[in-house]
Design a protein around this ligand. Structure first.
Ligand code: SAH
Ligand code: SF4
Ligand code: F3S
Length: 466
């Protein structure tokens, strides 16, 4: 049987999709790249902005006709839209067989098997709607860690064996979020913040390294507060201490983490950039706005001054650190002056890159009820202005890399017959493969930079470090 998984949204969802795939392989499913060939389609969805949610419904609309020609196809919706909308998805889209919340993905193989064998279990209320067997919805959220210990075994017993061996992996260190930034759905879609036990994390990293993984990214919505919530049967360990313990594991070449809320960024963590060589010179530190009035209404719990102080400390710990951020423009009540303060912050920090978004009302969030919503045209104009200036700064920063020799970890073949890879600073570098041998993904090269674009660099190989 063929399995097609489409992932939307953040790295947590990417990791969850991997887990879903790993769980379904032993049940006889084979991943395919085209939904038309699939017996089971899973959409792992994102609800962070209205647009992300609309994409899911539009794809579900397309799948409706596909299912007409392939009636035995099972369609499942997982992820944050599933969690948020629950049975409402099947009211709008009756061809959906399974709605599975963010903490229920481990049950997918059993639920799919039930549906296949015709054992559909009725959801109260929904049966009255159709008068026959109805699709299934599993969206409960609990306060305990959803990743069962057997997740580690998935690597040991059924190691993923893609054509190209994987050299970089995400490791989830916590789930959920307790911060309730006023605009954000994540605390509702992912539940309470819970830290994963240290030993589980270390064991998973060791297993991955044994399977040849060279780059590890520790993953959570706010890794900076790791350890503040239950770690189950462990001594309390904060994020800086966890990072040091992971860095001690032999065989890791590169260590990264994401995401960080500035309100919980400790001096101890910043010091790690001075002490740990394998910690990459890149920090994604979402600031959201350059105006203190807006930050307060976003419930971010830090000021622009505190943020600037952190940038200063990070740069003194690691002078070549590349900084990236997230920005929301047009938050309710954002004035021209507030937006000018965001532009000013961009000039002061000169981020290497950023992700910027128009504010979007999300169901159940506090800011959805705030007055003084900013007009769509004003949001569009502000986003354009921010992105244009960021593009200029990114290009200026990239040009400063010209003629430098940079360490690049090979990702694989890219555009125009070139290969591509990444520097520790997370710059994408394109390069021509040496004639005698194609570079192996995960191997490290020294590359001299010969061209700089807005979003990537190009260079020539100076040395292959293996
Ligand atoms: N946990 C991360 C953010 C995850 S969401 C953190 O706290 O930094 C990724 C980004 O989406 C956020 O940083 C924010 O910039 C953006 N975002 C979240 N909710 C949004 C909304 N309602 N409208 C527009 N952008 C939003
Ligand atoms: Fe959302 Fe804030 Fe939590 Fe990030 S820290 S996931 S923005 S509530
Ligand atoms: Fe989206 Fe959920 Fe991630 S809303 S950004 S998939 S946590």
């Amino acid at each position: 049987m063929n399995l097609y998984i489409k992932t939307f949204g953040c790295q947590m969802n990417e990791r969850d999709s991997e887990i879903i795939e790993q769980l379904l392989l032993p049940a006889g499913y084979i991943p395919v790249a085209d939904p038309e060939q699939a017996d089971l389609v899973i959409l792992n969805t994102c609800s962070i902005r209205a647009k992300a949610e609309q994409k899911v419904y539009s794809l579900l609309g397309q799948l409706r006709s596909l299912k007409k020609t392939h009636p035995s196809m099972i369609i499942g919706v997982a992820g944050c839209v599933a969690q948020q909308e629950g049975p409402r998805i099947q009211v709008k889209m009756p061809h959906v067989d399974l709605v599975i919340g963010t903490q229920q993905i481990y049950r997918i193989p059993d639920l799919v098997a039930d549906i296949r064998s015709g054992l559909r279990i009725s959801t109260p209320g929904a049966s009255a709607r159709t008068g026959k067997n109805v699709p299934r919805t599993e969206v409960s959220l609990s306060d305990t860690f959803a990743i069962p210990p057997f997740q580690n075994l998935l690597y040991g017993q059924a190691p993923p064996s893609p054509a190209v061996p994987e050299f970089k992996k995400f490791v989830t260190i916590m789930q959920g979020c307790n911060n309730y930034c006023s605009y954000c759905v994540v605390p509702y879609t992912r539940g309470r913040e819970i830290s994963r036990p240290v030993q589980d994390i270390l064991e998973e990293v060791r297993l991955l390294v044994r399977h040849g993984v060279r780059e590890i990214t520790l993953l959570g919505q706010n890794v900076n507060s790791y350890g503040r919530t239950n770690q189950v049967a462990d001594q309390p360990v904060n994020f800086a201490a966890l990072l040091r313990r992971v860095a001690d594991i032999d065989g890791i070449r590169r260590l990264r983490f994401t995401t960080s809320n500035p309100k919980d960024l400790s001096g101890e963590l910043m010091q790690c950039f001075a002490d740990l060589d394998i910690l990459c010179s890149h920090f994604h530190l979402p600031v959201q706005s350059g105006s203190n009035a807006i930050l307060a209404r976003m419930n971010r719990k830090y000021t622009v001054e505190q943020y600037m102080e952190q940038i200063h400390t990070l740069r003194s710990c690691r002078p070549d650190i590349a900084l990236s951020t997230d920005i929301i423009v047009g938050f309710p009540g954002e004035t021209d002056e507030d937006f000018a303060a965001t532009m000013q912050l961009l000039e002061e920090v000169r981020f290497h890159s950023s992700f910027s978004f128009k504010y979007s009302d999300r169901p159940g969030t506090r800011s959805a009820d705030f007055a003084n919503k900013v007009d769509e045209e004003v949001k569009t104009e502000r986003l354009k202005q921010f992105q244009a200036r960021q593009d200029e700064i990114s290009l200026e920063r990239n040009r400063a890399c010209l003629n430098q020799t940079m360490e690049v970890m090979v990702e694989g073949p890219g555009r125009n017959g070139l290969f591509s890879g990444r520097t520790p600073t997370n710059h994408i570098v394109h390069f021509k493969a040496p004639r005698d041998r194609a570079p192996v993904p995960g191997s490290e090269l020294l590359i001299r930079i010969t061209r700089a674009g807005h979003h990537s660099l190009t260079g020539t190989v100076v040395e292959n470090r293996g």
